[in-house]
Design a protein around this ligand. Structure first.
Ligand code: PLP
Length: 369
């Protein structure tokens, strides 16, 4: 019988839109036979993994036959010291993606609702839909969160509101004053999820981390990750700060060994690799300026970013631009999946990668004139 899944699976899974990941380098190699490929599609660190993390991971290879620490004791201890918060407020996950899934599993049933911005990170909708919750999307205003509209959309059914800050795919931040005013007014019965995956890249002094509200004992959670600036995307490890009560609820439904041993060791070392973080920030900042200058010269509109990627209007069909760039060995992300059919999202790379991207883009746009 072929229709087993259709008949027996939870109906919620048929409402899912599959996640579209950045195209992997190996896949482009297989499909197009190109050797020299750069991936500017998943906001990975172009400088690679923190050297301190690499060293610690190499040293831990001999321990791999052991199960990891189910409580991530050492990592939580260090995170608690660095962020001046209690260990009991910290959750660690197999990527912050896992924490998003745990939040949905712990809090959402059919009949509940969540609110997030459009476009924003796809996982909020994905995890909520699996649990059968209703998704309310509030369009961005000037490419940033429209907090006033989000507030008016809150109903007694709303369980969670997601604020991706800086926002993926636009790179914009929420103004600190607007955030404070929002938090002053939103119901205490709504869990506010601050996704701060790109927080380390922010340069704008008007940024306010949600950590302030967690420390003030609000029903909030701040999500951070080792995938981006720390260069550990392949190991899968992210963390969150929340109230001990919420942390405990998530803990109850977490698989015993959700965070692998090498990830714990690598993350612990990466936290104190200040040099790598600062160098990554510097390269990103200079890369941004270079790309802005080139986009201005080329007459292309873009959204100024507080992260390590730029959302830009190619003025052409994004799929055509994407495919033409791919043939040149340059992987970017298309804007159509975010509702912007002429936009592309490009990760800021090394100077060399940025130059190669700009030269490729000039060529591609001239061909598609
Ligand atoms: C990359 C990213 C994450 C991090 O995901 P991990 O599962 O920790 O790799 C979370 N939120 C946003 C908005 C992201 O772009």
């Amino acid at each position: 019988m072929r229709d087993f899944v259709t008949r027996k699976a939870r109906p919620e899974i048929f409402s899912l839109k599959p996640y579209v990941p950045g195209k992997p380098i190996e896949e482009v190699r297989r499909e197009l036979g190109i050797k020299d490929i750069i991936k500017l599609a998943s906001n990975e660190n172009p400088l690679g993994t923190s050297p301190k993390a690499r060293e610690a991971i190499s040293e831990a290879l001999g321990q791999m036959h052991h199960y990891p620490d189910a409580n991530c004791f050492e990592l939580k201890k260090r995170l608690a010291e660095v962020h001046k918060i209690s260990e009991s407020s910290i959750v660690v996950g197999n990527g912050s993606d896992e924490i998003l899934m745990l939040l949905a599993m712990a809090f959402l049933s059919s009949g509940d609702g969540i609110i997030y911005a459009k476009p924003s990170f796809a996982e909020y909708e994905f995890t909520a839909r699996i649990m059968g919750a209703e998704c309310v999307e509030i369009p961005l205003k000037d490419f940033t969160h429209d907090l006033e509209k989000i507030l008016t959309a809150v109903t007694p059914r709303t369980k969670m509101v997601f604020i991706c800050n800086p926002n993926n795919p636009t790179g914009t931040i929420v103004d600190a004053g607007a955030m404070q005013s929002f938090m002053d007014r939103i119901s205490e019965d709504v869990l506010v999820v601050f996704d701060e995956a790109y927080q380390e890249y922010v340069e704008n002094p008007n940024f306010l981390s949600g950590l302030k509200y967690v420390k003030a004992d609000r029903n909030a959670i701040v999500l951070r990750t080792f995938s981006k600036i720390y260069g550990l995307a392949g190991l899968r490890i992210g963390y969150g700060f929340t109230t001990p009560e919420i942390a405990q609820a998530l803990e109850m439904i977490t698989e015993p060994f959700n965070v692998n041993l090498l990830a714990q060791v690598g993350a612990l070392a990466a936290i104190d690799d200040i040099r790598h973080v600062e160098e990554s920030r510097r390269v990103n900042s200079q890369g941004k300026e270079y790309l802005y200058e080139m986009f201005n010269e080329m007459g292309l509109a873009y959204v100024p970013t507080e992260s390590n990627f730029i959302f830009l209007d190619s003025g052409r069909d994004c799929q055509a631009v994407f495919k033409a760039l791919l043939r040149l060995g340059i992987i970017v992300r298309t804007g159509d999946t975010f509702g912007y059919p002429t936009f592309i999202r490009v990760t800021v790379g090394t100077r060399q990668e940025n130059e190669r991207f700009i030269n490729g883009l000039k060529k591609v746009l001239a061909e598609q004139e």
